[in-house]
Design a protein around this ligand. Structure first.
Ligand SMILES: Cc1ncc(COP(=O)(O)O)c(C=O)c1O
Length: 462
């Protein structure tokens, strides 16, 4: 047992150990960033790949004969067994049992979300409940729901960009027809982590649950033995940076069986009649994998996920949380000489928060500096940050105080007049700022990156 004094020292030692560990890791796996004299602060956009992973993959491709998995040749069977190994690796990473869950491979998280949206048995009396804080690839599911006659309900956000009412956000009304709740485990806009207890609550109310884990998984462990989501969407490149072009829908087998594929294609069927309207779909995940999956890329998936677990997901969480706290505190402490704050932070308060921070730069009069001016300066300084609304209009609207009705009017004008759309035009139409900046951290970030990111903002300090 640790004494009181030892306990106080432990986090300091832990932070020092982490700093040493990650410095070595960065030197070993990401030396190209410093060689290129770049600062990378867009880990929610994509992780950077560890160099050893690419070498390992190249070696395995060099040593193996892999063919199209739809044949029954030796080369084909070799690919099939690598694909099955990739499925098993994804389940291991998510602490999921293959008795309960299956993995459908596709191109990215958007592809995984689309698989659910287009096949969920929405009908009259169904509900689709969406957090206002959702990526557009989740928001798009509303088009299928509406077409099928379902009602769409949006869960609003509070001032801190958290779901209004937290765990009680869903209310008490039970679903009577097939109904779906969809929310991100972590916001790609603000980094806010939404309560995973919502999954259980939604089940109590009779809903199926789709968790968009794309922005959560790169820095946080998820156990599907504990969080029994029906559908989970992810992109591999966001987790390990490599391979790109591979996403996965991880689905409870019982939930997958409820989906109705709207069509069929090569790879998803056992047999098709060319003349009569009859086809026999494959079983389980293969019925959801259109065409030939990225079998060469999938060969890298077990090693990619092993890389993350060998670093340690809890260690990554601890490390990026400490860096993000430091970044947030330092951003909040920046002021102009007249005492006015240099940045406005969005949803950066509270403990349940990932290493993604959204903000805008303010001039000394409190006006927002258009984010594209900051982006331009960042490019000149070889710093990668993200600007815009990050495909998450709901969180952006709430953060920036954009009136939903006024926004809809401007978007209609743009659509009807086939306006050459730009964020500058939208800002003018609305009379308010329309985007923000995002700094996001990952397993390869360090305090020098943070200082360089903050250094960029000095340009606007007067
Ligand atoms: C939370 C979230 N969901 C979905 C996506 C879509 O991911 P992809 O572009 O890989 O399909 C992203 C990408 O930024 C994201 O952050």
């Amino acid at each position: 047992m640790l004494s009181e004094a030892q306990r106080a020292v432990a986090p300091v030692d832990e932070a020092r150990d982490d700093a040493r560990f990650f410095a070595l890791l960065r030197a070993r796996e990401l030396s190209r960033v410093d060689r290129a004299r770049q600062t990378y602060l867009d880990w929610t956009g994509s992780a950077l790949h560890p160099e050893s992973l690419v070498r390992r993959h190249a070696q395995s491709l060099h040593d193996t004969v892999l063919g199209n998995p739809h044949s029954d040749s030796l080369a084909s069977r070799a690919s099939t067994s690598l694909i099955e190994a990739a499925r098993a690796a994804v389940l291991r990473f998510l602490d999921a049992s293959s008795d309960d869950y299956d993995v459908c491979f596709c191109a990215n998280a958007s592809g995984a979300l689309r698989l659910v949206g287009e096949a969920y048995p929405f009908g009259r009396g169904s509900q689709l409940v969406l957090a206002a804080d959702n990526h557009n690839s989740v928001n798009g599911i509303r088009t299928w729901a509406r077409t099928a006659g379902a009602t769409v309900r949006i869960l609003p956000l509070d001032d801190e960009l958290r779901l209004h009412g937290g765990i009680t956000a869903l209310g008490t009304e039970r679903a009577t027809e097939p109904s779906l709740v969809a929310f991100p485990a972590q916001s790609n806009f603000s980094g806010v982590r939404h309560p995973l207890e919502l999954v259980h609550r939604a089940h109590e109310l009779g809903f199926d649950v789709l968790v968009d884990a794309a922005a959560f998984l790169p820095t946080s462990p998820l156990s599907l033995r504990e969080v029994r989501a029906d559908f989970v969407a992810l992109s591999l490149y966001k987790i390990t940076g490599y391979p790109s072009g591979i996403g996965a829908l991880v689905a409870r087998r019982a939930a997958l069986a409820k989906l109705r594929r709207p069509s069929f294609s090569g790879g998803t069927v056992e047999a098709v009649s060319a003349w009569d309207d009859v086809h026999v779909l494959k079983q389980d995940s293969e019925a959801f994998e259109d065409g030939t999956v990225n079998f060469l890329g999938l060969a890298a998936v077990p090693a990619a996920l092993e890389f993350m677990t060998s670093v340690g997901m809890s260690r990554i969480t601890r490390r990026v949380s400490a860096l993000a706290r430091d970044l947030t505190d330092r951003l909040a402490s920046l002021h102009h000489r007249n005492g006015a704050p240099l940045v406005a932070l969005y949803g950066a308060n509270g403990s349940d928060h990932g290493a993604t921070i959204a903000f805008n730069v303010l001039d000394a009069g409190g006006n927002v500096v258009p984010y594209w001016h900051v982006e331009e300066r960042a490019r000149e300084s070889r710093v990668s940050v993200r600007g815009g609304c990050f495909c998450n209009p709901g969180a952006a609207e709430r953060a920036l105080g954009i009136d939903a009705g006024a926004l809809a009017d401007c978007l209609r004008v743009a659509r009807e007049r086939q306006h050459a759309f730009s964020h500058a035009w939208l800002a003018e139409c609305l009379g308010t700022p329309v985007g923000a900046l995002r700094i996001s951290l990952g397993y390869g970030s360090d305090s020098t990156d943070i200082s360089r990111g903050l250094g960029l903002l000095e340009h606007w300090r007067v």
